[in-house]
Design a protein around this ligand. Structure first.
Ligand code: SF4
Length: 287
């Protein structure tokens, strides 16, 4: 839990605060942008929540924060915020919340499907989420985009007897994964689900293209709120920027409406507009 004695001086006066343990993962700013701002090194409460919607969002951010860095004087809204996860984003698609410190606060997603439900990257293992997944029919597949965002995937796999899928070049993070992808050609994992290798951020990074227009993009591309466009970053490219640029170009072969990243903001556009946004990104990274 956040420590009032470590409260950051930038916080606006009032019940919510961020303490010095913040790792600047951006999760709270994605969930409650009206409440949380950024100094460049960490988040802080820029405005205390006023409306009921803002209050609920701030409580969800508190629950999702991977480091327990958000505090609230009044905790009465927290049980209801816990119950809101997994948080619906679209029919069949939810954001799991409960981001894990092990993945530097990476986002994870739950996709319901008649052929078996999917977990994409992993949240913290918490009993509340496991029970909610159970109520929705369990987890059949756990797609791991790359080594950094596996978090508690092994625990969810054990609980649900799920099949973890990861590229061989990322296997050090999940050595006992049930299904290992090889090479750099797209692989159909199940009808309507395509793994597309996108080396760059890491060597074996893959994205998942799922029916319904969902691109689970891991740390390959994401939406930048500051730039107002899709982006990829050389600063967090651990393997090869040249390969990452080629991998971004590779996505132009596919049609999708959603970009659902591990880190960074989500994007949702009709397919034509998403294709235009992707072309802008290709131009930007090539430059
Ligand atoms: S979610 Fe927590 S760790 Fe992440 S930026 Fe906000 S306060 Fe910091």
């Amino acid at each position: 839990m956040a420590d009032l004695s470590q409260r950051l001086p930038e916080n606006a006066e009032g019940p919510f605060f961020v303490d010095t343990t913040c790792i600047d993962c951006d999760t709270c700013r994605q969930i409650a942008p009206a409440t949380f701002g950024e100094t460049g090194d960490y988040s802080f409460v820029k405005l205390q929540p006023e409306s009921p919607d803002e209050l609920r969002a701030a409580c969800r951010a508190l629950v999702a924060c991977p480091t327990g860095s958000i505090g609230a004087a009044d905790k009465s809204g927290i049980p209801a915020a816990v119950r809101q996860f997994p948080f619906p984003l679209a029919p069949r698609l939810s954001y799991c919340g409960f981001n894990s410190r092990k993945s530097f606060g990476g986002n994870s997603y739950f996709l319901e499907h008649p052929g078996g439900n999917w977990l994409i990257d992993s949240p913290r293992f918490v009993e509340h989420l496991a029970r909610r997944f159970e109520e929705k029919g369990g987890i059949r597949y756990i797609f791991l985009t790359h080594r950094d965002d596996v978090a508690d995937a092994a625990k969810y796999a054990e609980r649900f007897q799920a099949e973890r899928i990861i590229h061989r070049l990322e296997l050090s993070a999940q050595p006992d994964a049930e299904r290992v992808l090889d090479g750099f050609e797209p692989v159909e994992l199940a009808p309507g689900f395509l793994a597309v290798p996108t080396p760059g951020h890491t060597r074996g990074h893959c994205v998942l293209l799922a029916e319904g227009g969902f691109l689970f993009s891991g740390d390959h591309i994401w939406w930048s709120r500051n730039r107002g466009r899709l982006t990829a970053s050389r600063d967090v490219c651990w393997y090869s920027w040249r390969e990452q640029v080629a991998s971004v170009r590779r996505l132009e072969s596919y049609s999708f409406e959603w970009v659902l990243p591990g880190h960074g903001a989500r994007a949702h556009f009709p397919p034509g507009e998403m294709a235009r946004q992707l072309s802008r990104l290709v131009e930007a990274v090539a430059a």
